[in-house]
Design a binder for this molecule. Structure first.
Ligand code: CA
Length: 226
């Protein structure tokens, strides 16, 4: 039975989610503030966390940031604001998925199933080191280096780079990136992809004076570098 931790200070929403998830057969615990949520995430070791953005004690962003030092627990973030900058910040801090309140419970349940499945798949080691020229990416240790120098990437940047390197020399569409890297159809929000491509270029292409990620007009992007 999968364990799900709900961190939400609005008691009505927390209780509603708890009942729905128990009904689906999940084992559920709830926390009403960020600090308790972080403690429970580390001690109870859930399989997935639903994390509200606006929380007392510690914000959802801060919980996410601290948790990512120790755990790759899938996190679905909840927020009242439909704001791309919040969305990008949440994802950048390591959240795997994002839902804007109010949401349909069926959609959340679907995303929980996706999150759990992806997490199980990622536990299975299928990690061979990817290289392109002086760039190396090691999925086992989450390490990226350029000419031996470490490149510090967030989890989402890492996932995106890994996907692009796995499809070296192929043009990939923004929709494919959203589906395969972000894990579901992001409802046309492809500017998230563009934002993350910029981050990668800023961390790899610009400092090392190379061109690894190419824009393919009217299609998307292609990784190509020898
Ligand atoms: Ca809240």
């Amino acid at each position: 039975m999968s364990r799900i931790l709900i961190v939400e200070d609005e008691r009505k929403i927390a209780r509603f989610l708890e009942l729905e998830l128990q009904h689906e057969g999940y084992e559920v615990q709830t926390a009403g503030d960020g600090r308790t949520g972080l403690d429970l995430a580390l001690s109870w070791k859930p399989d997935l966390m639903i994390l509200d953005l606006m929380l007392p004690e510690l914000s959802g962003i801060e919980v996410c940031r601290r948790l990512r030092h120790e755990s790759d627990l899938p996190i679905i973030m909840l927020t009242a604001k439909d704001d791309v900058s919040d969305k990008v910040m949440g994802l950048d801090m390591g959240a795997d998925d994002y839902m804007t309140k109010p949401f349909a419970i069926e959609e959340l349940l679907a995303r929980i199933r996706v999150g759990l499945k992806k997490h199980r798949a990622s536990q299975t080691p299928v990690s061979s080191v990817l290289t392109a020229g002086q760039l190396t990416l090691d999925p086992a240790s989450y390490a990226v280096t350029f000419a031996g120098k470490p490149v510090s990437l967030t989890k989402k940047e890492f996932d995106l780079l890994r996907y692009l390197m796995q499809h070296k020399g192929q043009a990939v569409t923004r929709d494919a990136l959203l589906t395969d890297v972000w894990g579901y159809d992001y409802a046309g929000d492809t500017n998230v992809v563009d934002v993350y491509i910029r981050y990668l270029r800023h961390k790899i292409d610009e400092p090392f004076g190379v061109k690894t990620i190419h824009t393919i007009r009217a299609v998307g992007y292609m990784f190509s570098y020898e």
